[in-house]
Structure formats: structure tokens, C-alpha cells
Design a protein around this ligand. Structure first.
Ligand SMILES: NC(=O)c1ccc[n+]([C@@H]2O[C@H](COP(=O)([O-])OP(=O)(O)OC[C@H]3O[C@@H](n4cnc5c(N)ncnc54)[C@H](OP(=O)(O)O)[C@@H]3O)[C@@H](O)[C@H]2O)c1
Length: 289
């Protein structure tokens, strides 16, 4: 069960209730998101802490490691609590240099879905996001062929719900014209507000928006306005950044990443911060286009 003490309450992804405070598993793999974690026991402990805190939404991808992160999740948490839902992503591969080349041919997507099932020890994946674009961000162009390949796998009973990631607003609309989606997972945080309009539209449609890099990703969020609000409140900039996302819109689900149980606890406590209208107005100056 999702813990009532988690900030943000719950959201329903399709028919799956999840805690709005979720967990992003990307940071568990080795350096550059390649290979096993430096400290395997610590990584397993973080995942068990996620479960014990009542977090019921974990975001992962077969490309993390690759495959190592999904296998860690299985080792730490299988058999999974009934309330826990794991979202994964397909559409990108890894090359020996640690790059993320697209892998969106139907055959590559089928293979990725089957690998996710095997590595996570599941018969059905709760949520599969089609990852579009590249490491630089979304790219325009039709998603019909890869998205239809995933719809076919959904029709075969291997996937419960679909989403898109690293997508343009046009691609989100194109996906929705083909089949229902329950979420969009894009880069968004206090300093990157390019999806403001999309978030509001999705909220009206009951579709979740899951910001990746909520804390800035590989380079922590830096802004004098953020630092000023954090100082005034006596909290960390990370707490303010997470609390701001939860207050930004009810359809925003958090998946901050960490390889540290202490940071996980800090983030849960930090996200519970209530920002005043004045704080929000000051923070609103940071990333507006
Ligand atoms: N769809 C996509 O294309 C895509 C792309 C990137 C990420 N994602 C997903 O989004 C999730 C979140 O993104 P992310 O993990 O890359 O970035 P993030 O959540 O913005 O930031 C994670 C970074 O912040 C650090 N951190 C977290 N809490 C902290 C704290 N309390 N104090 C100090 N440092 C802290 C982590 O280091 P420590 O490990 O030391 O805590 C890590 O370096 C990923 O895990 C992944 O599931 C999706």
C-alpha cells in the first residue's frame, strides 16, 4: 500500500494507483549508466527502502546497465508487492561507448519488451514508454510505426499501459490518435519549462506527466532564485525543486533518482515542503520561456 505519509498523495495511471512520489532507478547502474553498481548491496538496499517507504511507482529501462538495473530490481523486490507498479522504457539501445542509439524498429521493440519481462520477472509490463528523440532531446517525425508495434504487443497481453517519452507535443497527439496513453515522460524541471502548455493540456485529459531530471539530472539545478528561496526557507534547493513540481500540477509524478538511501529520505521529506504564493511567484521567474 502507498504510505499516507508520502508527499503528493496518489495518482491513477490508467487503472493503476501509484504514489505521486516515485523513484527513478537510472542512478543505480555503474558510471555512465553502464555495468553493475559499484556497491551492489547498497543499490539493493535503496530499492528495498523505496518499497518500505510505500513508494509504488518505479521508473526503469532495459537500457540502464544495460539490463543490470532491471535485474537488480527483480533481485531486491521480487515477488513484488501488489501495489507496486514498474514503468519501463523501450526505443533506445546502448553502444560500447555508453551512447544511447535509437532502437525503434518493430523487431528491436519486441526484443526489448521480452527482455524487460524476463529481467523483471514479470508476465505483463504495467507501463511501457516509447522513448523517442535522442540524447539531445525530442526530434520531430512520425512515431506511428514504432508506436503501432507496441500497441500490437499490448494487444497480445504483454503490456498493460503505454506512454511516450522524450516526445514533442505533436508526437503526443499522434500517439493519442492511435491508442490511449497514460503518461508522457519528458525533461522538465524548475529551469526547463518548455512543456508548460503540454502539462496543462495533459492534466485536463487525465494523463500523467512524469518529468525526468527533476533535480537537473547529471548536473544539479543551479539558479540564484532557487538558492534564495531555499535559503529563506532553510531547506535544500533539491527540496524546493521537488516540492515545486508536486505543487505545479496534480498530474505530475516525481521520479527523482538516487543511489543513496539517505538522499532518498531527504527527498521524501523535502518534497513535503509547502511553498507559499510568494515563493511560487519567485520560483516562476526561473525557467519561463
Ligand atoms: N525518458 C528518458 O529519456 C529519461 C532520461 C533520463 C532519466 N530518466 C528517468 O528519470 C529519473 C530521474 O532522473 P535522474 O536520476 O537522471 O536525475 P535527477 O533525479 O534529476 O537527479 C539525480 C541526481 O541527483 C542526485 N541526488 C538525488 N537526491 C539528492 C540529494 N538529496 N542530495 C544530493 N544529491 C541528490 C543523485 O545523486 P546520488 O545518487 O548521489 O543521490 C543524482 O546524481 C531517472 O532515474 C530515470 O528513471 C528518463
Amino acid at each position: 500500500m502507498s504510505s499516507p505519509s508520502l508527499p503528493g498523495g496518489t495518482w491513477t495511471l490508467g487503472d493503476l494507483p501509484v504514489s505521486r512520489f516515485g523513484y527513478g532507478a537510472m542512478q543505480l547502474a555503474g558510471p555512465g549508466v553502464m555495468g553493475p553498481p559499484a556497491d551492489r548491496d547498497a543499490a539493493l538496499a535503496v530499492l528495498r527502502e523505496v518499497r518500505d517507504l510505500g513508494i509504488t511507482h518505479i521508473d526503469t529501462a532495459g537500457a540502464y546497465g544495460p539490463r543490470f538495473t532491471n535485474r537488480l530490481i527483480r533481485e531486491a523486490l521480487h515477488p513484488y508487492p501488489e501495489a507496486l507498479h514498474i514503468a519501463t522504457k523501450v526505443g533506445a539501445d546502448r553502444d560500447p561507448q555508453g551512447g544511447w542509439p535509437p532502437a525503434r524498429e518493430p523487431e528491436a521493440l519486441r526484443r526489448a519488451v521480452h527482455e524487460n519481462l524476463e529481467d523483471l520477472g514479470l508476465e505483463v509490463l504495467d507501463l511501457v514508454n516509447l522513448r523517442l528523440g535522442d540524447a539531445q532531446g525530442p526530434r520531430p517525425g512520425s512515431l506511428a510505426a514504432p508506436f503501432e508495434a507496441l500497441v500490437e504487443l499490448q494487444d497480445q497481453g504483454l503490456i498493460r499501459h503505454l506512454g511516450v517519452s522524450n516526445a514533442t507535443a505533436e508526437q503526443v497527439a499522434e500517439a493519442r490518435a492511435i491508442a490511449p496513453i497514460v503518461c508522457v515522460q519528458n525533461l522538465y524541471n524548475l529551469a526547463h519549462r518548455q512543456d508548460d502548455e503540454l502539462i496543462d493540456e495533459l492534466a485536463e485529459q487525465g494523463i500523467a506527466y512524469v518529468p525526468f531530471f527533476p533535480l537537473g539530472g547529471f548536473s544539479p539545478l543551479q539558479s540564484s532564485a532557487l538558492a534564495a528561496v531555499a535559503d529563506r526557507l532553510g531547506r535544500s534547493p533539491m527540496s524546493v525543486a521537488l516540492a515545486w513540481l508536486l505543487q505545479r500540477s496534480p498530474n505530475i509524478l516525481l521520479i527523482p533518482g538516487t543511489s543513496s538511501a539517505a538522499h532518498l529520505h531527504e527527498n521524501v521529506a523535502g518534497a513535503a515542503l509547502r511553498l507559499s504564493p510568494d515563493d511560487l511567484a519567485e520560483l516562476d521567474t526561473i525557467g519561463r520561456r
